[in-house]
Design a protein around this ligand. Structure first.
Ligand code: PLP
Length: 415
């Protein structure tokens, strides 16, 4: 078989034939061969309402007929303005300005570039590097790859070719005691004190590190990191591409710590998965550094499709439904069920199970223990895509209890 489509993260020589999907509804994918699969991972975490939500479909169709696209370079559309206003309202206090981008990775690039230019505009020209966490994953483009874990991450191959950033150990677990948290905070302070002259920002996925290790860490750490970033004059950048829109049980993961970053990136669930887009939010302090009588101090960025009206119509409707139908309560229900059924799972192959919000993780001892799991689950009506040592579920929030139990049941059978 020759593939005209080049598939992601796959050895094409040995990759099993891709499964053809014809349509989908709720949490269920309907396949060309007549079978159905429950999607346990929301198509890489973005289909927060499941598939083909009638109201979002309608909003998108109406927008296509009205205005499919218009450039944001000097023009604006009602849907774009409404989305920016809404995001400012629902995100942590102080993030008052929204810069749209094409995808999560691009949103991260925008955040990095914004932080770099912020210091350049202030005349602090030596602040050109970033600090990031081990186990971090921030996307696949060059700037984003440079803040991914350089040794164990999926971009290790490229690490010698990218800007050299600084890294610090991934923080202690979600419910760690004060003493353990303090150890991490001390290490962070030592790093910031030593490198503050060259650091533009500290980039993190708050609370939940996703594709770099499926790890939940302490909200207390973030709280103290906020204090230290202020003390050492380093911008704090949150990548909430995966955690935004409820995934960790709060609307945004920053809320676990009660703090706001200086710059925050949203993606994935932002558009309910209908199309790719990102929003990079900044506080007044960052924004004001770009206001000047010198035109060269303006932010030098502008993706062609930023703020696309169809995308914004999908996002606006998604957020409206999210709030109207009390999704955070649905997520609490998913968390309770995962805690009851997934958390107690034990097997000689399982190193640890972890649950937070609508995320259930099974960490195996060895990646080989998961090889074949994808096919095994598909034969039993569940779509799951383990990677490295991690089998996980991050289901659409509209999933029924029966569907979620079926996912867990299949995982139990495997282990
Ligand atoms: C998925 C992801 C990205 C990249 O988003 P894309 O839309 O795939 O470019 C960045 N950061 C985090 C935390 C992610 O989970």
């Amino acid at each position: 078989m020759t593939n005209t489509v080049w598939f992601p993260y796959a050895q094409l020589k040995t990759m099993p034939a891709p499964i053809e999907v014809e349509t989908a509804e709720g949490a269920v994918l309907y396949l060309k061969d007549g079978r159905r699969l429950i999607d346990a991972i929301s198509s890489w975490w973005c289909m927060v309402h499941g598939y083909n939500h009638p109201e979002i479909n309608q909003a998108v169709k109406e927008q296509v007929d009205r205005l499919p696209h218009v450039m944001l370079g000097g023009l604006i559309h009602e849907q774009t303005k409404q989305l920016a206003d809404t995001l400012v309202k629902i995100t942590p206090e102080g993030l008052n300005h929204v810069f749209f981008g094409d995808s999560g990775s691009v949103g991260v690039e925008i955040a990095l570039k914004m932080a770099l230019q912020y210091w350049q505009n202030l005349g602090q020209t030596s602040k050109t590097r970033f600090l990031a966490l081990k186990k971090a994953y921030h996307g696949d483009t060059c700037g984003a790859m440079s803040v991914c874990d350089p040794d164990d991450g999926m971009h290790a191959l490229f690490s010698g070719l990218l800007p050299k950033q600084l890294f610090i150990e991934s923080p202690c677990r979600f419910d760690a005691d004060a003493e353990t948290v303090q150890r991490d905070v001390d290490a962070l302070e030592a790093m910031l004190a030593k490198h503050q002259h060259e650091l533009a920002g500290f980039m993190l996925e708050p609370i939940f590190q996703g594709a770099g290790g499926m790890w939940f860490y302490s909200p207390q750490y973030l709280k103290q990191a906020r204090v230290l970033c202020d003390r050492y004059n380093v911008l704090m950048l949150f990548d909430e591409v995966a955690t935004g829109f409820g995934r960790t049980g709060r609307l945004f993961a920053s809320e676990h710590s009660g703090i706001a970053p200086d710059i925050m990136v949203l993606g994935k669930g932002l558009t309910a998965g209908y199309t790719s887009h990102s929003a990079t939010l900044a506080n007044d302090c960052v924004y004001d550094a770009f206001l000047s009588d010198e035109s060269g101090k303006c932010f030098m960025h502008g993706p062609t499709f930023m703020g696309n009206p169809i995308v914004c119509a999908a996002a606006n409707k998604s957020i409206e439904i999210f709030q109207r139908d009390n999704y955070l309560q649905k997520i609490t229900g998913i968390e309770a069920l995962l805690r009851e059924h997934l958390l107690p799972m034990r097997s000689s192959k399982i190193k640890e199970t972890r649950v937070l919000g609508a995320i259930g993780v099974i960490e195996a001892h060895d990646a080989n223990d998961l090889s074949g799991l994808r096919e095994f689950a598909a034969e039993r009506g569940v779509w799951i895509r383990p990677f490295e040592r991690y089998a996980y579920t991050m289901p659409p929030y509209i999933i029924t209890d029966e569907q979620l139990v079926q996912i867990i049941q299949v995982l139990k059978e495997w282990f």
